[in-house]
Design a binder for this molecule. Structure first.
Ligand SMILES: C[S@@+](CC[C@H](N)C(=O)[O-])C[C@H]1O[C@@H](n2cnc3c(N)ncnc32)[C@H](O)[C@@H]1O
Length: 252
């Protein structure tokens, strides 16, 4: 049976992340003055909607109909920004924008969803075809410091992620990393307890591939991009092995 992966359950994704906005000012500062951005893996609109609110034109692509349907339900409440977001169901590995773009953004570990280097190179090569000269490419990538329970085989209880008068949802996770393929699999367990005593269990799996700073630098070079900068946290600190964030900026 096919695993239920993170994009198969946008409802659970939004319970975890729809109120997380701390990374957005970082993208806004890095992409300062960019008027039209290709946002790869736009998901449920966590980044696209704040960008559009700032007057930035977003070409938002995602290959998950479920994530995009969740976005469409949200944007109904923001008709004033809807025209600024051009949504396309597409695979980022083959997507070439028909309009010239000022920047390409892979927010919130989206580039880690590509599970081998060939896919990553193909993706970048296609996405930057419409990028203007000196245009920017920005990534936020996974780091090992983000996953404290890595390869311990233990289920980490993270805590309550949702609570109202009727129910309470607990979240826990188990994370394994294959050091050869660099593929990380994280089983995510959601347990909802209702006032009636009924318990409902849900499970998704995050499947991502770790990319080291050295590797992404080689990939950038291979597709003709110039490395510009890297940052290790939300305040633009230097990146090191303990950093929980890895922001990368490159240019054409
Ligand atoms: C971690 S989510 C990020 C969503 C959103 N950008 C955010 O920051 O909340 C990654 C998104 O990338 C999408 N994705 C994964 N692989 C993709 C691919 N090959 N082409 C297009 N989208 C992809 C997933 O469906 C998912 O919505």
């Amino acid at each position: 049976m096919k695993k239920c992966t993170v994009p198969d359950r946008p409802d659970l994704y939004d319970l975890m992340y729809s109120n997380f906005f701390a990374d957005i000012p970082v993208y806004e500062i890095i992409l300062n003055n960019c008027k039209r951005i290709l946002l790869c893996g736009m998901g449920t609109g966590r980044v696209a909607i704040p960008f559009a609110k700032e007057g930035i034109e977003v070409i938002g692509i995602d290959n998950s109909s479920k994530m995009l349907n969740c976005f469409y339900n949200k944007i109904i409440e923001h008709p004033e920004f809807a025209d600024l977001i051009d949504v396309k169901k597409a695979d980022m590995r083959t997507f070439v924008s028909s309009k010239e773009i000022d920047a390409v953004l892979y927010a919130f570990s989206t580039f880690n969803y590509l599970l081998n280097i060939e896919d990553q190179k193909q993706c970048l090569s296609n996405n930057i075809k419409s990028l203007k000269k000196d245009g920017l490419v920005a990534f936020e990538l996974l780091t090992k410091a983000t996953f404290k329970g890595l390869n311990t085989n233990a289920v980490e209880v993270i805590g309550t992620i949702f609570e109202n008068a009727e129910s309470k949802m607990m979240f826990s996770r188990k994370t394994t990393l294959d050091n050869n393929s660099c593929i990380l699999e994280q089983d995510r367990f959601f347990e909802t307890t209702y006032k009636s005593g009924e318990i409902k269990k849900d499970k998704t799996c995050l499947v991502n591939r770790f990319i080291s700073l050295e590797e992404i630098k080689m990939t950038l070079k291979a597709v003709g991009l110039k490395f510009v900068a890297t940052y290790g946290d939300l305040n633009f600190a230097k990146f090191d092995e303990n950093s929980e964030y890895l922001f990368i900026v490159a240019k054409k």
